[in-house]
Write a protein that binds this ligand. Structure first.
Ligand code: ADP
Ligand code: ASP
Ligand code: MG
Length: 834
């Protein structure tokens, strides 16, 4: 190859000089290693002019504010605090610069000595003037810029450090920080004449005011510094480097499922930032908007990730881009009949707040004008209340204004997106999601730009609300905190079915059923996150004493939008808990017949609690296991049909026994066989007594709207009185005593061309009964598969030809599937895409 070969770029037309401004947040510059990483990242780029704005090392600004406060309070701890800050910078300089560290260390020492003098003076005067605080809290950026700048120089780069206090002039106005563009540009041009380096490292956060005093751009202000210098340098792009992949649909610390947004409009980014998305400072957008400068938010730890591009246009599907929370707020409500139709009330409210220097985060007024409500910062709330009480003192005295009410502990949840403009149903979706998660809304506001809907809520609901809304807009799956009680046959089968279905539910239905607790009689397992995989092993490893109060608390503590308890126990005590659970908004799904067939008062309390909160109580699997018996009955009733009779065979065990029983094998032997095959309860008397069938009949009658109790049902027990108290073994041994009686009844029935079946019957106005009856050989109940259940509904619509639900009505697998189906119905009701 000839030595005269041209480099590939020589043949390209000369591109206009490219200037890119980078801003690295404190999260990107925590220690020497991170500075080195940042330097490598910068050196790998090819822009012609590279301006890098840096924040203080992570936590340093907080540390500086703390040390100033301690000193001003004459707390001797300030010395230690100061020493720690000095050491941290010292250590970083040594680790970063090695043999080149001497000048930087001397430079740092001089700064820290001066800081020490300032702090000592504060300790003497015993107060902290804003001007001094500004000077102290901005030092972290000065140190940080020098560390990175000196490192680049030590690497032999053509680099310089620009202390923004030397060029940036700002004023603090009512609307925040105002940049004096002309003065700043002039100073920068002058500075540039003597500092022509290709790479510049600039201090973020700090500036000087019109009087020449050091000031700052407010917490998180280095993003704003980045945008200001991008404007001053007429940059082509601003890259804001942080510790996440860009702007996410919600704060990832609250909503771990938050998704990264590829693109945002300036307006969207503004709203998100203003309402608390810490990832970018709200004022950052203004210098960019004027120049159409693209802002790219990206991850220092994943430099290859494209990040989020913020430009003039919005892109992406869905009406909502992101959700944010603003914490530490309060609601003020001015309320009174005297306000109705009186012009100028709102103006008086705002004038009063303005005079008191209270900034209003959100306003809302009902069209009745009966009240006006505003959201203010918690720190300004008392001042705001006093100002309003003062402003309306006349009306308060005259009774035209009833009160100025202050509610503290408030957060504002904001949903943001350009796509919501002109699209109906967005607010509905938000309110629905919040309502379902039992979040009460204190006030609502929608900007007329229709880019933002904000709701004020109690701070204690904030996390749950954000997650519920996030899922409500399908930005993340609908998530349920799930607890299962009674991991016996059905419970264990359910847990297995849940585990197996999980991936598909997540992927296809965006439904996340997070098993977080399993309760057995002998102990319980409470997991912080979710029991993934083998719950049995986890149960044995981390079992603790069973305590249903702790279990409930644990399920609610996750602050997931929805909580669901599946009760697979047969326990009445657990059923006693249902009303309180439902009242707390917890859904209850169960195959336990206790609630549906137990005392009417409890049943009513359960219904009332569910109606009050909208939490659901479902128990399809109590009758006919997985068969859709109760759902069918509900549909009949809900559509206005009237049930005139319910009859059927509700026990798979009894169905099998009488289907088999033709006289060839004695009845007692069939019971023994059924027991051996697992068709009966461990004590077959539980089946033969008929009580279980009677319970199912009560459940169905109640569902059809009748106040039936178990005592009202005439139950024919197939267990002779003499054997009721015996042990199971005794009972089985003496069961043949019943054979003769059964043979007689069978013979009599056969003589009439009939068969024997154990049937339950209910009809309004007639005595409900459960017992052994003779049916004609061609009756529907006489011709079933061996263990099938059958339920027959005669209604006004289905009068000549009753509606029949029939099929296998027992077994852990199908029962668990019935329970699972109920769980999914609850989830669908909460917005899962099933
Ligand atoms: P830096 O020091 O880089 O300026 P910040 O801590 O100020 O970093 O901001 C980045 C953090 O903002 C992220 O780590 C994240 O936890 C938080 N954050 C809050 N809301 C959002 C959001 N909507 N998108 C991305 N990050 C967010
Ligand atoms: N260091 C400043 C702060 O912590 C500014 C910034 O990091 O953006 O607020
Ligand atoms: Mg920041």
């Amino acid at each position: 190859m000839s030595s005269a070969a041209v480099s590939p770029t020589d043949s390209l037309p000369a591109a206009a000089a490219r200037t890119v401004v980078h801003k690295f947040g404190g999260t990107s510059v925590a220690d020497a290693g991170r500075y080195r990483h940042v330097a490598q990242l910068l050196l790998a780029r090819e822009e012609d002019v590279q301006v890098t704005v840096v924040s203080a090392m992570k936590g340093v600004t907080d540390g500086l504010i703390e040390v100033a406060r301690l000193a001003a309070a004459a707390d001797p701890a300030w010395e230690t605090c100061w020493r720690q800050l000095r050491e941290r910078h010292h250590d970083a300089a040594v680790a970063l610069l090695g043999e080149h560290a001497a000048t930087t260390l001397a430079w740092l020492d001089a700064r820290f000595t001066r800081l020490h003098d300032v702090l000592a003076a504060l300790a003497v005067i015993g107060e902290l003037p804003q001007e001094v605080l500004d000077r102290v809290q901005g030092l972290g950026e000065v140190f940080s810029a020098h560390l990175l700048g000196h490192h680049l120089q030590a690497l032999g780069e053509d680099a310089d450090v620009l202390d923004a206090r030397d060029v940036l002039v700002v004023n603090h106005g009512e609307l925040g920080v105002d940049v004096d563009w002309a003065a700043s540009a002039a100073k920068l041009a002058l500075w540039r004449q003597s500092h022509p380096a290709r790479r510049l490292v600039v201090t973020g956060f700090v500036a000087r005011d019109g009087k020449g005093h050091t000031t700052t751009l407010g917490r998180n202000g280095s993003d704003f510094s980045g945008a200001i210098f991008a404007a001053l340098f007429a940059a082509d792009e601003l890259h804001i480097w942080t510790d996440v992949d860009g702007v996410l649909s919600a704060d990832p610390r609250v909503v771990p499922e938050a998704v990264q947004l590829e693109a945002l409009s300036y307006d969207e980014a503004c709203e998100l930032a203003y309402f608390g998305a810490k990832v970018v400072h709200p004022q950052t957008m203004s210098p960019a908007i004027e120049r159409g400068l693209p802002i790219i938010i990206r991850n220092t730890f994943q430099p290859q990730h494209p990040g989020t591009r913020i430009t003039a246009v919005s892109a992406g599907a869905g009406p909502i881009k992101g959700l944010t929370l603003s914490p530490d707020l309060a609601v003020l409500n001015v309320e009174g009949t005297g306000l109705i139709g009186v012009p100028g009330t709102a103006e008086r409210v705002f004038a009063a707040l303005r005079t008191a220097h209270v900034s209003v985060v959100m306003i809302s007024q009902g069209s009745s004008e009966h009240s006006i409500c505003c959201v203010v910062r918690h720190s300004e709330a008392l001042r705001a209340r006093d100002a309003l009480t003062q402003a309306f003192s006349h009306e308060l005295a005259a009774g035209q204004v009833q009160q100025v009410q202050l509610t503290e502990g408030v957060s504002v949840l904001a949903a943001v997106g350009d796509g919501m403009a002109g699209q109906p149903g967005v607010a509905a979706r938000l309110f629905e999601a919040l309502g379902r998660a039992q979040v009460n809304i204190l006030a609502i506001a929608q900007g007329s730009s229709e880019r933002n809907i904000s709701v004020a809520i109690a701070a204690r609901d904030a996390t749950k609300a954000l997650r519920a809304a996030h899922a409500g807009f399908w930005l993340s799956p609908q998530t349920f905190s799930v607890g299962v009680i009674g991991p016996g046959n059905v419970g264990a089968a359910l847990l297995e079915q849940l585990r197996a279905a999980q991936p598909q539910l997540l992927a296809r239905a965006r439904l996340d059923l997070r098993l977080r607790a399993v309760v057995a009689r002998r102990g319980m397992l409470l997991e912080p996150c979710a029991v993934a995989g083998d719950w049995k092993a986890a149960f044995e490893a981390a079992m603790q004493p069973t305590d249903l109060d702790r279990f409930t608390e644990h399920l609610l503590s996750a602050r997931l939008p929805h909580t669901l308890i599946v009760d697979c126990s047969g326990s009445a005590e657990v059923a006693d808990r249902y009303p309180a659970w439902l009242a707390a908004g917890i859904h209850v799904v169960t195959p336990n017949k206790q609630a549906g067939s137990g005392p009417l008062a409890r049943y009513q309390a359960i219904r009332d609690a569910a109606a009050a909160t909208g939490a659901r109580f479902r128990y399809e699997a109590t009758v006919g296991a997985g068969l859709p018996v109760i759902t069918t009955l509900r549909d009949l009733v809900d559509t206005g049909d009237a049930v005139t009779a319910i009859a059927g065979i509700f026990s798979g065990t009894l169905a099998w026994l009488f289907n088999k029983y033709d006289g060839s094998v004695p009845f007692s032997q069939l019971v023994t066989q059924a027991r051996a095959m697992g068709y009966t309860e461990p004590d077959p008397r539980d089946d033969l007594s008929g009580v279980d069938v009677a319970r199912k009949l009560v459940i169905l009658a109640r569902e059809a709207g009748h106040d039936l109790s178990l005592e009202d049902v005439a139950v024919e027990s197939l267990v002779p009185a003499a054997l009721q108290q015996a042990s199971v073994e005794d009972f089985m041994a003496r069961l043949q005593d019943v054979d003769a009686g059964f043979d007689e009844r069978l013979a009599a029935a056969k003589a009439r061309g009939n068969v024997l079946r154990y049937v339950a019957r209910f009809a309004p106005g007639q005595a409900p009964s459960v017992g052994l009856v003779e049916l004609p050989g061609d009756h529907a109940f006489a011709n079933l598969r061996l263990t099938d259940n059958v339920v027959q509904f005669t209604t006004r619509r289905y009068c000549d030809n009753p509606l029949v639900v029939q099929g296998p009505g027992a077994g852990p697998e199908v029962t668990a599937a019935g329970v699972f189906a109920d769980v999914l119905r609850v989830a669908a009701g909460e917005g899962a895409r099933l």
